[in-house]
Design a protein around this ligand. Structure first.
Ligand code: AMP
Length: 191
């Protein structure tokens, strides 16, 4: 079983790459952003709780996010591995994930970080917002706030996973195919 975390700022390409990697390595892809958007669209109680935070580009509180993530993992008991996209985003989430997986006698094998400069990411997000209609991708102020949240709360996870010797940086600039190849080679080299 192989369990991967895809790490990177908004717009780094985590969702795009996860879609390829899940097919190649037969993994279940869990995107907390997608799960929140699904719940908002379907007007669930969870969606109602998450909406105001997402609208501002703030992180949804840890406990709500962690409970949702655990439920999603438990919905896939036959999975041969998971690819976590957009989770964990805080140290509390990372610690909760480690404890949760340990109880199942599994663990995160590697955290793969897609690295790219802010200016490129803002441009990508604005283009994505125009194509998808996603409101948090259309407003540069909200985008900047998501980066701020990332810098304050998520960036420290780099050291968290480096401390576990699981952190790998990947150049996130290039064509989609090039980046998929970089990630695939890296995963193939993990032992
Ligand atoms: P994403 O699609 O990953 O860019 O996530 C969109 C939004 O969903 C974020 O800006 C947060 O408001 C919320 N979100 C997604 N994942 C998390 C998480 N792990 N922790 C807290 N909030 C999250």
């Amino acid at each position: 079983m192989i369990n991967l975390v895809l790490f990177g700022k908004p717009g780094a390409g985590k969702g795009t790459q996860a879609a390829f990697l899940k097919a190649t390595f037969n993994l279940v892809h869990i995107s907390t952003g997608d799960l929140f958007r699904y719940n908002i669209k379907n007007k669930t109680a969870l969606g109602e709780k998450a909406q105001s935070f997402m609208d501002q580009g703030d992180l949804v509180p840890d406990q709500i996010t962690i409970d949702m993530l655990k439920a999603e993992v438990d919905r896939n008991p036959k999975a041969e591995g998971f690819i976590f996209d957009g989770f964990p985003r805080t140290k509390a989430q990372a610690q909760a994930l480690d404890i949760f997986l340990k109880a199942k006698k599994i663990q995160i094998n590697a955290t793969l970080a897609l690295e790219a400069d802010d200016d490129i990411l803002v441009q990508r997000l604005l283009e994505r917002g125009e194509a998808s209609g996603r409101s948090d991708d259309q407003d540069e102020l909200k985008i900047r706030n998501r980066f701020e949240e990332y810098n304050q709360k998520t960036e420290p996870l780099r050291d968290y996973y480096k401390g576990q010797k699981k952190f790998h940086s990947v150049n996130g600039i290039g064509s989609i195919e090039e980046i998929t190849e970089r990630l695939t080679n890296l995963i193939g080299s993990l032992n």
